[in-house]
Each structure stands twice: as C-alpha cells, then as structure tokens.
Design a protein around this ligand. Sequence first.
Ligand code: AHG
Ligand code: MN
Ligand code: MN
Length: 339
Amino acid sequence: MITRSTLGEFIISNQKHFKYSSGELSRLINSIRLAAKVVNHEVNKAGLVDILGEAGDTNIQGEDQQKLDVYANEIFMQTLTNREIICGIASEEEDDFITISGKDRGNDNKYVVLIDPLDGSSNIDVNVSVGTIFSVYTRVTEIGSPVRLEDFLQEGNQQVAAGYIVYGTSTMLVYTTGHGVNGFTLNPAIGTFYLSHPNMMFPEDGAIYSINEGYYIHFPQGVKDYLKYCQEEEDDRPYKARYIGSLVSDFHRNMIKGGIYIYPTSSKAPKGKLRLLYECNPMAFLAEQAGGKASDGYMRTMDIKPTELHQRVPFFCGSKNMVEVAEGFMKNYPENAEY
Ligand code: AHG
Ligand code: MN
Ligand code: MN
C-alpha cells in the first residue's frame, strides 16, 4: 500500500525551508487548511441549502441564509484573525484591509494575507467548481504597529506563499512557498488532505485556450489575432477551447493538461476584470513555480507595481510557450500596453 503524506506532515517536514519563520508560516497554512474544510462542507451542500431555504431565506435551523461568498469570506477572515497568526488581511469581499491586533498586547506577527474567498461565484448555483485564492506577504512596515496600505501594495515577486483551493469533483488545496507547487486532495470521509500531486508542473506547451470568447468583439486586436491563430489548421492547431468561468478551475486544468488562460482588457472592461492582488499575483506565483508564465500581455504580472487594493489587470497565464506566443501577438499593438 502506498502511504501518502498528509498536508499536516508535509507542512512540518518542509518547515526547514523557513528557518527564520519560527513556524508562523506553517501555522498560517494550517489555518487555511482548516478554513478550506469548513467552506468545502458548505459548498458541498449548496444545492440542499437552497432547497431548504426557499420559504423565507432561513434554513432549517432557523439561521439566516448567507450567500456562499459572504460565508466563505467570514470563515477565512475569522479563522485567520482568531488565531493571531497574521497582522492584517485584505479580501476581495471587503472595501478596505483589516488590521489584526492581539488581545491584550500589540500584534507582533509579520505576515499579511490577501484573499479571494470564493472565486467563480457565478458557478455556485449550477453545481460547477469554485475556488478560494490566497496570497501571503511579509509586512514592510514596523512589526507591532498597525498595518498600512503599503503592506498590501507589494509587487507579486515579494510573495512568500500563495495557493488555491478548488472545490471540484474532489476538493484540492494547491500551494507554493517558493519551492515548487504541491497539490493535496481532501479525503472527505476523514477530513484529511493527502499529498496527491507532488511537484506540479505546467507542460511547456499545451493545446487548450481558455477565454470568454463571447466578448470577442470587445477584445484588443492582439487578442483577436491570437485567437485566430489558436483556431487555424496548422501543426497541433486548432486548439481546444475550454472555459469554466472560474479562474481557479481553468488554471488547475491548464496546469495539469497544458493550456493558456486569458482575461484581456476589452472595450467593456478597459483594465480587464481580474484583481491583481487577490487573483493574478497568487496565480502568477503558482504558474512560475510550476514552470509556467503569467503576464498582462506585455510585462510579467509579478513585476507590476500595485497602486490600489482592488486594482484590475489583464491576465495571460499558463504554459510558457503558449503565453510567449500570445505576447508576440500583443507586441504588434504596443499602444494597448497602457491600460
Ligand atoms: P469572482 O467570482 O471572484 O468574482 O471571480 C470570477 C472571475 C474569474 O474566476 C473568472 O474566470 C471570471 O471572473 C469570469 O468572468 P466572465 O464571466 O466575465 O468570463
Ligand atoms: Mn475571483
Ligand atoms: Mn470572489
């Protein structure tokens, strides 16, 4: 029988990578693991809760029904704040970042977390995979003082950890601390994550493109040209089109099979739709750690200087060679690099 290590064991045995962290980062990943299990439980009964809640928005226990993205946000926020592992958190679901202070002393933790608690939320009602994305930085302001905006507005290349949970046909937690990407699958019967996908790597090339092609008419010319290239009869083309509409799930499939995900600017969304800090940077870190690539079509995502918490950027991410070909088409229209 193959014995796989559990996520808990893996975290402990990899703690040596962080000799200065005194276990903080390990405790942080552990909290995310716990919150993931709670959210997973709720996501899995989403359809049921809907049925039970039909008459008047309360469930069978008389509790108010919550939208799952609000629920996921509360669970992750609570789990991470209660344990006093981090000093601040920013969420896609909150207007501003939150300072976490200790009970009867100043908080002397050094990490901040940015989170998209429920990604792909439009898929919940139709039983299609959703996810959670997280990103971890070391604060840049003085330890012990309240966190400031600059602790969150760091370039993606400063991330110390990033990952996602995909609540899919099985639930997986995939993360990196800068030493490759590892994937853990939840055994729901016993509530334990097992290392199922060690050292995940994007194939260098792929044959899948993932983009909301319904907006074709609004895309910049470079993207239109690349899409025509994807559809040409040549070599291994035309590629397959696959778009789930939940970045986590599209990314996960492309990492395993080889592919490119694109959410470009458009005349409807002149800066793109995805959030640099909650979505693009963590996925970019994972992509690069898995041998893939991520850019805004012109420059490396992780080198973009953030200017605001909820900043949006265009996103090209996936198999290295595919992203480079797409960037080649974008280069023909340098004027579109300013968005
Ligand atoms: P969220 O549910 O966190 O708002 O993110 C949804 C994002 C992303 O996951 C997905 O790929 C994209 O929005 C889908 O957008 P379109 O419906 O415009 O294609
Ligand atoms: Mn999202
Ligand atoms: Mn979201």
